[in-house]
Ligand binder design. Structure first.
Ligand code: SF4
Length: 172
């Protein structure tokens, strides 16, 4: 399935993905803007793979999994949603099935600012059966993955000066 998806990508989009890490490294712009450039490309790729994945609005199983965020993404969520992080960040003893605090009425309430891991979590299976929390940790199911997208995320975190990741539930 994954190879069908990759082969079906429009050339321009595929080339954009192939060049994104180099482009962002060279770009003279604030790192927050680079993050949003990366997100925009991921959105374009997601729009293209829509027909190959069971991921759709209203399916929110993965919003109960661990959700890591970096400092630059926390800033991005604060800026775009107006919601500020907790004054004290304490590691919570939340179970892996605790819903994300931004999951409201079954949908993401910060969709445009959702973190990298949420955008990257595109299931490449016929149905969402393996995404269900009871099944999700029993089997490693295929997810969409792009090398240069992943590299770009790492580069952005390095450039921001804060590589560490925390769970979104510990911050908001
Ligand atoms: S940020 Fe949005 S998409 Fe990501 S886990 Fe939370 S509710 Fe789900």
């Amino acid at each position: 399935m994954k190879s069908i998806v990759f082969k079906s990508l429009p050339v321009a989009l595929s080339q954009k993905e192939a060049k994104i890490a180099k482009r962002l490294t060279k770009a003279n712009m604030p790192v927050l803007k680079k993050l949003n450039r990366l997100y925009a490309l991921m959105d374009d790729l997601s729009a293209h793979v829509e027909k190959f994945t069971p991921c759709t609005k209203g399916c929110n199983h993965c919003c109960t999994y661990p959700v890591t965020v970096s400092e630059i993404e926390i800033q991005n969520i604060e800026n775009s949603s107006g919601i500020k992080r907790k004054s004290i960040i304490l590691k919570q003893e939340c179970s892996k099935f605790t819903p994300c605090p931004f999951l409201k009425d079954g949908a993401c309430s910060i969709y445009d600012a959702r973190p990298f891991v949420c955008r990257r979590h595109v299931t490449m299976t016929e149905t969402n059966v393996w995404c269900k929390p009871d099944n999700a940790f029993e089997y490693s199911f295929p997810l969409l993955s792009f090398t240069e997208i992943n590299k770009s995320y790492d580069l952005i975190r390095v450039e921001s000066g804060r590589l560490s990741l925390v769970d979104i539930r510990d911050v908001f």
